[in-house]
Design a protein around this ligand. Structure first.
Ligand code: UGA
Length: 429
């Protein structure tokens, strides 16, 4: 690696911040990480990574000598010109993105014509222009601004950093755009250079389109159930058309996570703030909400009243290979099952600790088989590989009832049926 790599600062050490920091440290940059959470910084200084993300802890450990953690911005400003902003932008009650953490960063910055803000946090289109106005009002117009949206997926974030489908860099022609391009050069990724607002829109539009694909295939799955078609074959048949592509056509119990939920509603809100009614996105959101609830209907169809019935959730995280519970479909399912009076059990290989406080009504077990003890039905919520390898004969021995609802279409129906159980997928024959 070149010894002359540009050092960087990373403000915010959540998923995006830590992966960005570890990734650039791996490429040879000195990285100054800053977070307001003193506890988190202390554990990072001690070599502990507070989130579960495959490969992240290894990368942080491997490049420790280049990773510096602090609650103070001072050392970062001294050590780096490029300040990557990776703070949270959660939704507000109105559906707009809450930019207060971004504003706090901007307010803390001293006057400088040596530094640049590089926005990785997902922000509404137009935010960069607003921040530049804010900087100018504060006499800080010399501070450069670049939009460099992040496209990593939780559970595969390090791999996504190392080989991104594309890197998008939006700037206004200052030195900083070229400096960010140079940082990414070793990854040899396809580069899109554009203006700041367009870069912001690429991020929002990408997430909204992926969410649209999911809601679309979920509606197709629901129609498959009424017509006797099989959604897996339908998705395969559609996906071979290069104009459609095979990914994000997995039907199931709806998308979860913090990003799609937040960004789809932020884009819808952004449009309506300017007077445009983004009709399609309303449907994407509604279909997703209904999809999570359809599983309850399937349980009721087989079991009748759910009061007093035992139901196990296999997996609770919003997707496999993460302990992230934000926007997880399991939260809606557990809430509905609780309201119906069901007894709820669950097992998740890594998310139990995150989940416990969020679902006090759920009785967690230390393994899948133990979670199935004496229940009437189970629902596969998160497609962890270990559920795909479950010995269904052993599961059948433990369960009091027969029903297996495969909320992710991830199981082998024949293996489940061979154990004497009743298999029900989403849009599967
Ligand atoms: C998503 C995007 O995929 C990333 O590109 C983006 O950077 C990120 O949001 C973000 O904005 O931060 P992520 O939320 O980590 O990434 O996870 P995905 O793999 O996209 O899955 C989201 C949800 O959709 C999960 O609940 C997953 O189970 C569900 N999903 C995904 C489906 O139901 N069907 C599919 O075919 C694919």
């Amino acid at each position: 690696m070149s010894a002359t790599r540009e050092p960087i600062a990373v403000i915010g050490t959540g998923y995006v911040g830590l992966v960005t920091a570890a990734g650039f440290a791996e490429l040879g940059s000195e990285v100054f990480c800053v977070d307001v959470d003193a506890e988190k910084i202390a554990s990072l200084q001690a070599g502990e990574v507070p989130i579960y993300e495959p490969g992240l802890a290894d990368a942080v450990r491997a490049h420790r000598e280049r990773l510096h953690f602090s609650t103070q911005l001072g050392p970062a400003l001294e050590g780096a010109r490029l300040l990557f902003v990776c703070v949270g932008t959660p939704p507000t009650y109105s559906g707009d993105a809450d930019l207060s953490a971004v504003r706090e960063v901007v307010e803390e910055l001293p006057r400088s014509d040596r530094h640049a803000l590089v926005m990785k946090s997902t922000v509404p289109a137009g935010t960069g222009a607003g921040i530049k106005r804010m900087l100018a009002e504060r006499g800080n117009a010399g501070l450069a601004y670049v939009s460099c949206p992040e496209f990593l997926k939780e559970g595969a974030a390090m791999a996504d950093f190392r080989s991104p489908d594309r890197v998008v860099i939006g700037d206004d022609g200052s030195w900083a755009g070229d400096a960010v391009v140079e940082l990414y050069e070793p990854l040899d990724a396809r580069l899109i250079r554009t203006d700041i607002t367009t870069a912001e829109m690429i991020k929002l539009a990408s997430n909204a389109f992926l969410a649209t694909k999911i809601s679309f295939i979920n509606e197709i799955a629901n129609v498959c159930e009424d017509t006797g078609a099989d959604v897996l074959d339908v998705a395969r048949g559609m996906g071979l058309d290069q104009r459609i592509g095979p990914s994000f056509l997995r039907a199931g119990l709806g998308y979860g996570g913090s990003c799609f939920t937040k960004d789809v509603s932020a884009l819808k809100q952004l449009a309506s703030n300017t007077g445009y009614h983004f009709q399609l996105l309303n449907s994407v959101i509604e279909v997703n909400e209904l999809q999570k609830r359809r599983v309850i209907g399937k349980l009721q169809r087989h079991l009748g009243q759910l009061a007093g019935r035992g139901v196990t959730l296999l997996g609770v995280a919003f997707k496999p290979h993460t302990d992230d519970m934000r926007g997880a479909s399991s939260l809606v399912l557990a809430g509905r099952l609780h309201a119906e009076g069901a007894r709820i059990r669950a097992y998740d290989p890594v998310a139990e600790e995150e989940a416990r406080a969020l679902m006090p009504e759920v009785d967690f077990a230390p393994s899948a088989l133990e979670a199935l003890e004496g229940v009437d039905a189970c629902v596969l919520v998160t497609e962890w590989p270990e559920f795909q390898e479950l010995e269904w004969r052993l599961a059948a021995d433990r369960m009091a009832g027969r029903l297996v609802v495969d909320g992710r279409n991830a199981l082998d129906p024949e293996a489940v049926r061979a154990a004497g159980l009743v298999y029900e997928g989403i849009g599967r024959r």
